[in-house]
Design a protein around this ligand. Structure first.
Ligand SMILES: Nc1ncnc2c1ncn2[C@@H]1O[C@H](COP(=O)(O)OP(=O)(O)O)[C@@H](O)[C@H]1O
Ligand SMILES: [Mg+2]
Length: 363
């Protein structure tokens, strides 16, 4: 069990952590979420004393590890850390990377360290990369090696700081699969991640960090479905709504389509609806509006409601009053009508964009 008592961390001119209090039970899997810069990494680094808290206490199984004279090497053996950037030694092979901390910190023989290293490489599916060097393997493989290296010390607690953020999307899955395996082994874990589906599925508790502390905590259901406090609500709402602004004819259209796809994946929106959203975006924005506007001034809001399993698609655009649904482009309009219903045009009197078209994407 780890207890954080009035934990505070100050940097010159900045106090990311003002007052953090929490009890982390054995076997807990905690997802830590929150806007960037709120102190998620700082919290993880403080918990295993890579960073000394300015004040407060961290009690691990009854022992105050912030007390002077505490054996920090012992603390770090019990608390493994996995970083976004892997931190492997480039001049050592994969197996040597995993052997080194066992020899240094656990004083194992080379043979024992090797045997354990090979066993762990098997766990993470990389037996055949044992003699490769880090720059000969992919990012996802590097992160799996880094996880195996952490496991080699048999820690009670594993802290993971955005373990998939530096990876190509194609490699995220293989790393998440290995982390899920750790969870099933019953390791206590704290994970900072932007993979919200994952954060939700793997954890039994979620900490939302803001305003210098744990602003709200709850079960994944509570935090992702029924957040109670204002800032949590806003953060969660943003995850469920995508906003795109098109202010230029040279707008990155394929880039926007891939943002839409990513948004749909994140919210587990069906393929059919995803396809409908892409079609509406392409026809309404790309074929109907952009060619009409010398200087495009368009904002698209795509919002997903899990409760209703519904997606609303809203387009706001500048210029004179113009109802795009009255367009003479029959083809575009018929495509839109095959993908969306309840299409309503509205003249706005407030704000800079005077036109609004809202519709419900068809299931
Ligand atoms: N070593 C440091 N020195 C000074 N300021 C730091 C240091 N590390 C982090 N910070 C600041 O503390 C705040 C929290 O940082 P961080 O914990 O990295 O946030 P997060 O991981 O939530 O994005 C940021 O404003 C950051 O600039
Ligand atoms: Mg961080």
């Amino acid at each position: 069990m780890i207890e954080l008592r009035s934990l505070r961390k100050e940097y010159a001119g900045e106090v990311p952590l003002e007052d953090v209090n929490a009890v982390i039970n054995d076997g807990d899997i905690i997802s830590v979420i929150g806007p960037s810069g709120v102190g998620k990494s700082t919290l993880l680094r403080c918990i295993n004393m890579l960073e000394r808290p300015t004040s407060g206490q961290i009690i691990v199984n009854g022992e105050d590890i912030t007390a002077s004279g505490c054996d920090l090497k012992k603390v770090r053996r019990k608390m493994g850390m996995v970083f976004q950037s892997f931190n492997l030694f480039g001049h050592l092979s994969v197996i040597e990377n995993i052997m080194l901390p066992q020899i240094d910190l656990l004083h194992k023989s080379r043979q024992d360290a090797y045997d354990e290293g090979m066993r762990l490489l098997k766990e993470v599916g990389l037996t055949d990369k044992a003699y490769n060097y880090p720059d000969e393997i992919s990012g996802g493989q590097k992160q799996r090696v880094a996880i195996a290296r952490t496991l080699a010390l048999d820690p009670d607690v594993i802290l993971l700081d955005e373990p998939t953020s530096a990876l190509d999307p194609t490699m995220v899955g293989e790393v998440l699969a290995v982390i899920r395996k750790l969870a099933r082994m019953g390791k206590t874990m704290m994970i900072v991640t932007h993979e919200m589906n994952f954060a939700r599925a793997i954890a039994n508790r979620v900490f939302y960090l803001d305003e210098g502390g744990i602003y709200e905590e709850g079960t994944p259901e509570e935090i992702f479905e029924h957040p109670k406090k204002e800032k949590t609500r806003r953060f969660i709402r943003k995850l469920k709504a995508l906003e795109l602004e098109i202010m230029d004819r040279a707008f990155d259209f394929p880039g926007a389509q891939s943002e839409i796809e990513e948004f749909c994946n994140r919210n587990r929106i069906s393929h059919r609806m995803t396809n409908h959203i892409s079609l509406v975006f392409e026809e309404a924005v790309w074929h109907l509006l952009v060619p009409e506007m010398e200087r495009p001034d368009i904002k698209v809001e795509i919002e997903y409601s899990e409760e209703k399993e519904a997606v609303t698609f809203t387009v706001l655009y500048g210029g004179e009053y113009y109802d795009l649904t009255q367009s003479e482009d029959r083809l575009s309009m018929s495509v839109i009508k095959s993908a969306a219903g309840d299409i309503v045009y509205e003249k706005l009197t407030e704000g800079t964009r005077k036109n609004k078209v809202k519709m419900n994407i068809l299931p």
